[in-house]
Design a binder for this molecule. Sequence first.
Ligand SMILES: Cc1ncc(COP(=O)(O)O)c(C=O)c1O
Length: 447
Amino acid sequence: MRQAVVIEAVRTPIGRAHAETMARWQGAHVSTFTAESIAPPIARDWPEIRGDFPVLDQAVNGQPLIYFDNAATSQKPRAVIEALRHYYERDNANVHRGLHELSSRATAAYELARERVARFIGAANADEIVFTRGTTEGINLVAQSWGGHFLRAGDVVLLTEMEHHSNLVPWQLLAGRTGARLRFVPVRDDGQLDLARLSDFLTPEVKLFAFTHISNSLGTINPVMELCRAAHAAGAVTLVDGAQSAGHLPVNVQEIGCDFYVFSGHKMCGPTGSGALYGRAELLNAMPPWHGGGEMIVTVSLERSTFKTPPQRFEAGTPNIAGAIGLAAACDYLDAIGRDRIFAHDVALAQQALERLAEIPGLRILGPREERGGLVGFVADWAHPHDLTTFANESGLALRGGHHCNQPLMRRFGVTGTSRASFYFYNTPDEVDRMIEIITAAHRFFA
Ligand SMILES: Cc1ncc(COP(=O)(O)O)c(C=O)c1O
């Protein structure tokens, strides 16, 4: 498996991978990364895969834990925990600057992780991957660096009404600084974007169109290729928020045709505080630094500095080295299962939940009925989402209740919040049935 290769390369400092990686970050040789084929998925059944997650094997309030809060963060398999443990027990050192063994290993592992992430999302070159703390940081980076440099008063950033606050507030801050304006593609009652009106919004003033791939509240899967094509035809740059898609379905940024793609490691079995920004090389090369500090400079005088090329230009200070290595292990882990298989599994659970929730009186389900991702948001007319979520917790069921960082979207649907069940590949149909029993009991209790 790839992780074994990574760890082997880390253990063999004079190895080929190591030498290439060291040469690469020193700027001596920047190769174009060609995606090699990923090892085919290993056929394992779902119960065996579930056994990879130690945290799931516990009782909460005397009942078996049912973890349906995966859109907020996913659980971590042993392979990822082990990669972190290995790094801290054997290789921990700062990257890119030490001329000693441990620093060489840490640097090799960190840069190999970048290549692994590039392959995971189909980027052409590892230099197009900037490690971040997650989706939120990736969007802030683009807003401050690209937006701060290229946007002028009167320019428009086009968003949609279904954006997470992470893909809204950074643009509001930018608009406040530059005089740029924000515009929003409306969401229809069925939870789909109103694409019939897209051309009304994609006017020549639009310089950037940023949208989510999968809505974290509605489950809507947006037609990202179509949106990118339309934006480019109108002369706009595109950013795809992949927080809910990267670990849930096969993603290829070159096929999508986006300029930027951002995602969080912790939502796809990786460590918290890890994630990546993909930026097309041409765009990243034209962007100024956003954070200043060590690692991102070439020369520094008391008055001014010169900066490295991307991605180092955007990674000031000591990065989250363990996070990147854990993220690469998560990429290996998910690809060994197969993201197409994961997607089919999660969507089947969501369909089961949709059908069975319809049996419970007074429930309104938000979002499309079909062609949706693996999550379901619903509102009961007999209980506040927080009360329902607290009730569920008494039976060991982890739902999420609230606005899910989607306040404008909640207002659009006339609710203050929803209860959300979000699924991942280690969840089971039996757990969905158990959720229905618990919500039915809540109905008896509250109604
Ligand atoms: C669609 C979407 N975008 C952005 C985010 C923010 O992700 P993070 O908090 O990992 O930066 C989330 C998190 O729930 C999300 O669902």
